[in-house]
Design a protein around this ligand. Structure first.
Ligand SMILES: Cc1cc2nc3c(=O)[nH]c(=O)nc-3n(C[C@H](O)[C@H](O)[C@H](O)COP(=O)(O)OP(=O)(O)OC[C@H]3O[C@@H](n4cnc5c(N)ncnc54)[C@H](O)[C@@H]3O)c2cc1C
Length: 133
């Protein structure tokens, strides 16, 4: 992705900078103030639009290795299902999708997980909660 972006003449780079303020005019965004992390110097990059990207590292650290993940942290599911390496635990959405990561694919895989979960529960022995309560 970086190579593609770097080869695009319409894209300029401001590396090692922290965004500190969205500069707005009467009709909307006019720029983004950034601070250089090394020099502390601030400058305003002129732009009439901002798109936030949050990176590609899935937020799975809380699993602490309990579920099988790939090197980056995406949960590994059995292909064509939402099944993880632990029976009865299912994964869906961006957290298990390193390729598409779109709202519609996340929603679709959520449906898969719900159906997989329902079938898993149907396959379990019925628990009589009246004896538990
Ligand atoms: C800037 C941007 C633009 C995008 N534009 C598009 C677009 O135009 N079209 C499109 O189809 N997709 C777009 N996407 C992708 C889309 O937003 C995702 O694919 C989709 O939201 C994934 O849904 P999800 O439910 O898997 O994960 P998320 O929407 O990320 O939901 C995960 C939820 O889990 C919560 N969570 C995280 N950790 C924990 C925890 N430990 N305990 C409890 N809760 C936790 C989070 O707070 C969050 O609410 C965009 C994404 C970004 C960042």
């Amino acid at each position: 992705m970086q190579e593609r972006a770097k080869n695009n003449p319409k894209i300029t780079w401001s590396l090692n900078c922290t965004p500190v303020e969205v500069v707005a005019g009467e009709k909307g965004v006019t720029g983004l103030k950034v601070r250089n992390n090394e020099t502390g110097q601030e400058e305003v990059l002129e732009t009439d639009g901002i798109f936030v990207a949050i990176g590609h590292r899935p937020n799975t650290a809380f699993l602490e290795g309990q579920l099988e993940t790939d090197d980056v942290g995406y949960i590994i599911v059995k292909p064509g299902t939402a099944e993880t390496n632990i029976p009865g635990v299912f994964a869906c959405g961006d957290v298990q999708d390193h390729k598409y990561r779109q709202a519609i694919t996340a929603a679709g895989s959520g449906c898969m997980a719900a159906l997989d979960c329902e079938r898993y529960l149907e396959g379990q022995a019925v628990h009589d909660w009246s004896k538990t309560l």
